[in-house]
Design a protein around this ligand. Structure first.
Ligand code: CO
Length: 217
């Protein structure tokens, strides 16, 4: 991708869209009502819309290194609050991917400066699942499993947010955990597996993270 070709590409894209629908941009300017919030990795190979076959206006997107939703991160929390409380999305998706550089970096004991606090969130996931991960002898498979478990823990982080809890109770908002396999292009839905493992810990999770529902109207 040459940066000098971008504005030419843009002109061509506008022409293509208008050839398909002359009111395309008029409709786009009217507003957005996406049903899905997608939280994925910043990795250039893991685009949000293309891999789902979605069009502009259909997906509200947040991306950062290793698709994290840290408890104190105002950026991702603001995106989630806006999507859930104002856009009223029906689904929140956390999508990780195999061969994730962020996950790989967190598995190595290297001091990466300003990246340390961010990667620390992934190291916390490793610590929480230390027994399972360390029992996996194959390093590639252990790396893949950390990608998956990180998605599971980030889904739980989404569920810790009171606005999300209210939306789950009041209008059936659902949380999904996916992994994108860059080697095949396949999207893998791990929601069921995660739901089962959360179910096992449900009472503990509820005792710790569930807020009293908002009854103020
Ligand atoms: Co990544």
């Amino acid at each position: 991708m040459n940066i000098n070709s971008i504005f030419e590409n843009n002109k061509e894209w506008i022409a293509r869209q208008l050839a398909l629908d002359k009111d395309y941009f008029t409709h786009l300017a009217e507003g957005q009502s996406p049903e899905i919030l997608y939280i994925g990795c910043s990795d250039s190979r893991v685009t949000a819309e293309e891999l789902m076959g979605a069009e502009p206006g259909e997906i509200f997107v947040h991306r950062n290194i290793a698709n994290l939703i840290p408890n104190t991160d105002l950026n991702s929390r603001s995106v989630i609050d806006y999507a859930v409380s104002h856009l009223k999305v029906k689904h929140v998706v956390v999508c990780g991917h195999y061969h994730c550089g962020g996950i790989k970096a967190a598995m190595e004991n290297e001091n990466l400066g300003i990246l340390n606090p961010w990667l620390g969130n992934i190291r916390d996931v490793y610590r929480l699942h230390y027994k399972e991960l360390n029992a996996i002898e194959d390093t590639d498979r252990r790396y893949e499993r950390l990608v998956e478990l990180n998605v599971a823990e980030q889904c739980l982080n989404v569920g810790k947010i009171p606005e999300v809890q209210d939306a789950i109770i009041n209008r059936n908002l659902s949380i999904h955990g996916w992994v994108f396999d860059v080697r095949t292009g396949q999207l893998i839905d791990l929601t069921k597996e995660f739901a089962n493992s959360f179910q096992i810990r449900a009472q503990k999770i509820a005792d710790i993270y569930l807020f009293k529902p908002d009854t103020s109207g």
